[in-house]
Design a binder for this molecule. Sequence first.
Ligand code: NDP
Length: 310
Amino acid sequence: MTATLVFYSQFDSFEEWQALLAPLLPNVRICQEQDVEDPDQVRYALAWKPPKGFFARYRNLQLLVNLGAGVDSLVGRDDLPSIPITRVSDPDMGRMMASYVLFAVLRYARDIPAFERAQRERRWHYLHPRLPQSLRVGVLGLGELGAYAAAELVRQGFDVRGWSRSAKQLDGVTCFNGLESLDNFIAGSDILVVMLPLTTETRGLLNAERLALLPAGSCFINVSRGAVVDQQALTEALASGRIAEATLDVFDREPLPPEDPLWGLDNVLITPHLASVAIPGSAARQIADNIERLERGEPVLHRVDPARGY
Ligand code: NDP
């Protein structure tokens, strides 16, 4: 009786994951849904956005691994089994996200959009470089990805502030927590980086009133989920120039429809939700470790709390 891990994703390569996981889990059969021989043997699921009712067949499921860091599409479902749910949180994913955030912050800190515009006009446009410590970079969300990005920003010399739900201590980062500190935090961010999960508490958190607290001429970066931000209010603030620049990787509707006004704004950089991805080479070890922990009766790591939403 071989325990089975069932894989589901329309975005990720089954063959790649199987090739990496199989040597780490020699006693586990790894297959896709259509190749499951006996549903009762399925103990583990590695899945990204499985269809409704996916879990019902697998009565002996013991662990559900979300094939990604964001679990908002999973935790709201009404067909979730009452078993431990974990998420991918490998360091390579954190590094990839941090590189995107660093790129976006440095692009503003070094006034690159102004030079891009000047170049299009064949105009020599000298702007004296600003010192990184003169720029306050606010990171909303200090989780696995946010804390990593904040540390990289500290290394670059920025005045880094971070905001989270619970109190934190991170080297070189001035940490804030709780809703009561949010408005001041936003008002003190020359560059605001959104790295929060989408939950019932964070949906619409950056509404028109909060966006209006950003200092005039500030820059905005969203790599978390579009619905954390009031996209219409953001668009208006960018169109008026009150928010000077934005780098947006996520939107309230994806793909962003061709008629969306954000496409037409010269001060917005749009990327198609790829700031970071689960990286099989480093995440497979972590998934195998968790399965081994489960087999030994030990608690699994990187657990998601469906009630909390992340
Ligand atoms: P984590 O779950 O590790 O961390 C979440 C952070 O947000 C924690 O610091 C948490 O606070 C904080 N937080 C959550 N709710 C609140 C709240 N109500 N008020 C204040 N702070 C809150 O997430 P990750 O860092 O791994 O990932 C963040 C998000 O990035 C993911 O949820 C996903 O949506 C997005 N993502 C986007 C990708 C992309 O390509 N664009 C790729 C991967 C992820 P505390 O520490 O106190 O719990």
